[in-house]
Design a protein around this ligand. Structure first.
Ligand SMILES: O=C(O)CCC(=O)C(=O)O
Ligand SMILES: [Fe+2]
Length: 346
């Protein structure tokens, strides 16, 4: 059997996943009765029954459940706990690179949280489960979708290096007069476009696997395109900030639907200040950790507060839907006709 490259890896979002149960009926791994649990998928060959029983107890204590995935045809056997699902063509195990056995965790959030093979895989999968968090009574949160761990640390470092060596533009904002006027005073930030083709494609792949499916789930929003991403630096040296604004209030930005602000370093350790807030919804502040981002509707008033120590780095883009993409294309054509080039990919 040829081992194809895994198409699902840690951090990827899984929109839907069903396999036949013992009776051959389709069993949905995200059905509403279990979607709040982390699902520890144990692929055959299975550990011995006593190890499985101990693992089941530990999983339960950690807000998780075991699901056994057997590389065989449905055997018509009785319903059992843990549930037994069948993957006769090894499709799922191959997607995860586990055709010789191992474990994966599908988190409550709907992402692959762990993939591992070898004799310690079950133990490692259980270790990877996050501690059960106490529930918090929320005050008045803004309708913002926080997505942790969109980018892995190595990619974050590569993006930061790209900013260091890239061509820098200061304080550019879209205005009624021009697509990129400067000096309005609202924005103190130094940007570098993501003009490296390989890096752009890697970033686009992360958006496709880890951001777009979450936007579909939370907002039923289908993105048709996104703007060329920019890496920005807000520096405490000039109290770097982006004052309160909406992202779609000019002829050049009207097509925008959702914004992504994805942090490349971490509030508290790397910088102070620089938090994102949504003043229409109260004083709460948002600061996803490095690699994580905030997605919000471009109509919402928002502000990046002044950085008071260090430098805050983040990468930004804006999504639009099919209708907005048509308007955006018309805009790009008229700007090209007027001799205003967009960003060229290298
Ligand atoms: O710094 C941020 O997180 C927000 C940036 C922003 O609002 C923008 O680029 O339009
Ligand atoms: Fe904005």
């Amino acid at each position: 059997m040829s081992a194809s490259r895994p198409s699902l890896s840690t951090g990827d979002f899984v929109a839907a996943l069903s396999l036949p149960d013992a009776a051959g009926e389709s069993w949905d791994l995200s059905q509403q009765s279990i979607a709040h649990l982390h699902r520890v998928l144990v692929f055959s060959p299975l550990p011995d029954p006593s190890a499985l029983a101990a693992a089941e107890t530990r999983a339960r204590e950690n807000g998780a459940m075991l699901v056994l995935i057997l590389a065989a045809a449905p055997d018509g056997g009785p319903d059992a706990a843990p549930p037994r699902l069948f993957d006769p063509e090894s499709q799922l195990s191959q997607m995860l690179g586990l055709s010789r056995g191992g474990c994966a965790v599908l988190t409550a959030r709907g992402k692959i949280g762990f993939v591992g093979d070898g004799p310690e895989a079950l133990e490692e999968a259980l270790e990877s489960l996050p501690p059960v968090a106490p529930s918090v009574l929320r005050s008045v949160p803004a309708p913002v979708l926080i997505i942790p761990e969109i980018l892995e640390p190595a990619l974050v470092s590569t993006l930061l290096r790209h900013w260091q060596k890239g061509e820098k533009t200061r304080d550019r904002v879209a205005s009624a007069e021009g697509a990129a006027a400067t000096g309005s005073g609202i924005k103190r930030r130094t940007d570098v476009g993501l003009d490296d083709r390989t890096l752009y494609e890697t970033f686009a792949e992360r958006l496709k696997r880890r951001v777009l499916p979450e936007m579909m789930r939370a907002f039923r929003f289908r993105a048709a395109s996104f703007e060329p991403p920019r890496i920005g630096c807000y520096d405490a040296a000039d109290a770097g900030a982006f004052g309160a604004h909406r992202d779609n209030r000019t002829p050049f930005t009207r097509h925008r639907r959702f914004a992504l602000s994805l942090n490349l370093n971490t509030h508290g350790s790397d910088y102070e200040g620089g938090t994102l807030c949504f003043p229409e919804f109260g004083p709460d502040r948002y600061a996803p950790e490095a690699g994580g981002g905030a997605v919000f509707c471009c109509d919402l008033l928002h502000e990046a507060q002044p950085v008071t120590r260090g430098r805050r780095f983040a990468i930004f883009t804006f999504f639009t839907d099919a209708e907005g993409a048509q308007a955006e294309q018309a805009l790009i054509r008229s700007r090209t006709a007027a001799g205003e080039g967009g960003m060229a990919l290298r």
